[in-house]
Structure formats: C-alpha cells, structure tokens
Design a protein around this ligand. Structure first.
Ligand code: 13P
Ligand code: ZN
Length: 271
C-alpha cells in the first residue's frame, strides 16, 4: 500500500483548504468541501474492506451508494487541515441507500463529517445528473459576498446581473449565473434539498446571509467560481456607496458571452 499522505487528492484538499483559509473565507470551522473519488484512485492507498466506523448520515440518497468522498470534518478548522489531515478530514464510502457512511480513513480523534453533508451529497447527486464529471462541492463564507447579501436584493436575476457587471470576465466564468436561497437553518436536510434543487440549474448557490456553494469537475473549477464571485462582490462593496458613472451594459454582456461561446442565462439580460 502506498502512503495516503502522498495521494494527489489529499494534497489538493490540503492546499485548497489552506488557500481558502488565507483568503479569509473560512474563519474557525467555517466552510466544508467534499471531493468525489473513484475506487481506482484510492485503491492503492487503502484497504477498502477495512471499515473503521459506520456513521449514520440522517438522510437517504440511493444513487450515491458505493461512492467515495473525501470530506472535511464538522467543527474542524480549515486552518489546521494542512498540518493535520488525519484528524481534520475523512474518506467515506456511502452505503445503505445513502443512510450510512463507512469511514475508511481519517477523523482519527473520533470526529465525523461536516454538518453540511446533506447539502454536499444532495448537491453531488443533482450536479452528477447534469454533468457526470462533477466531483467537487465546496462551501465557504467569503467576506465580500457575505457583505453584499446585506445591501443587495437576494434575488437570483438581480444578484447575477450585478455580479456580471462588476468584472468583464464574470459572465464568461459563470454564464449560468448564481442561484440564491433565503436565510435558512444550516446543517439540515431541508437546506440540503433546497441547495440541490438550485444545483440542477446553477453551479453557484448563495445561502442568504451565510455563504456560498460552488460545484465543479475539479477543485480548481469550484474554487475559481467562488473566487470570481468574491472578486465581483468586492468591487461591488468598494463602489456601491459611490456615484456610478460607468457600467458594463447588457449589449456588452451579450457580446462577451457570444464571443466566448458560453451558454448564458439570456433571460437575465434586458432586451
Ligand atoms: P461544519 O464545521 O459542520 O463543516 O460547519 C461549518 C459551516 O460552514 C456550516 O455551514
Ligand atoms: Zn457555513
């Protein structure tokens, strides 16, 4: 068996959580990530018959049975993942129609998966139905995105339009826009189901006055989506209180989307 600490997926998770922490998106235990892995990817690092613990998930999702995820732990700090992955992360296999997670590695101090596992797994299921290559679901509390939630209408069309107008490349990076949920109680199956419903349409979902979810084929894609929204939200917060002299007009947004050949939300632009 190879040493799991040398596995590329573990390196990626350690580097990503460290970057997110340094960007200020994940204070204390804020944020969580799940990465879908294949048996081939993990088989040379772990004995897949050696189940350390079985942890109930509290929901069902039979499409996910047999799938493997590397997940951040509940109450764990992103700040600490780099130095101590074995206590802060876990590698699980989903079984019993989604009701149980078999721990194969990690959470050595007795910890368990993020409280947002329902939102992660339900979002994976929703994204996989749209894009069979989706592998990452990422949640965090980026500062400017969160600040914007307090001063901007929590409306998908309005929020997407404002973000698109803040940086030229936004419409190219997230032509599908951002989904928006109102404030809801986090850590529940209900917010998980609501997030997954939005994920059928969007790779980005804002949780009103809480944070954001991003999904993608790779860690870079999910991270890049959130990073681009956060940059746009920063420009918005730096300018919202100042007289607006210039803007990227709807016809310019359309020109951009068409020049880059992206499938954009045409209904989010005015005639
Ligand atoms: P966990 O520590 O359970 O991952 O929760 C953090 C969080 O961001 C809740 O939304
Ligand atoms: Zn959160």
């Amino acid at each position: 068996m190879k040493d799991i600490l040398t596995a590329p997926f573990l390196t990626q998770m350690r580097e990503t959580t460290a970057n997110m922490y340094r960007l200020g998106w994940d204070e204390r235990n804020g944020g969580n990530i799940s990465l879908l892995l294949t048996e081939e990817e993990i088989g040379s690092y772990l004995d897949l018959t050696d189940v350390k613990r079985r942890i109930p998930t509290g929901f069902t999702a039979k499409e996910l049975d047999g799938k493997y995820f590397l997940v951040t732990g509940t109450g764990k700090y992103f700040k600490n993942v780099q130095a101590d992955p074995a206590n802060n992360l876990g590698l699980i296999r989903i079984t019993q129609n989604g009701a149980s997670a078999e721990l194969l590695w990690g959470w050595e101090d007795g910890g368990k998966f993020t409280s947002e596992l329902p939102a992660h797994l339900m979002s994976h299921r929703a994204r996989l139905a749209v894009d069979p290559e989706n592998r990452v679901v990422m949640h965090c509390h980026p500062t400017y995105t969160l600040a914007m939630n307090y001063v901007h209408p929590l409306d998908e069309r309005e929020m997407t339009r404002t973000l698109w107008q803040m940086c030229t490349e936004c419409i190219v990076v997230f032509p599908d826009g951002v989904g928006v949920l109102p404030w809801m109680l986090c850590g529940t199956n209900e917010i998980g189901e609501a997030t997954a419903e939005k994920m059928k349409e969007y790779r980005l979902v804002i949780w009103g006055m809480h944070g954001i979810y991003g999904a993608g084929k790779t860690m870079d894609e999910a991270f890049g989506l959130i990073e681009t929204v956060e940059k746009a939200a920063q420009i918005y917060m730096l300018t919202a209180h100042l007289p607006r002299l210039n803007t990227i007009r709807d016809d310019q947004l359309r020109t951009l989307a068409e020049a880059f050949g992206v499938a954009y939300r045409k209904d989010f632009l005015n005639e």
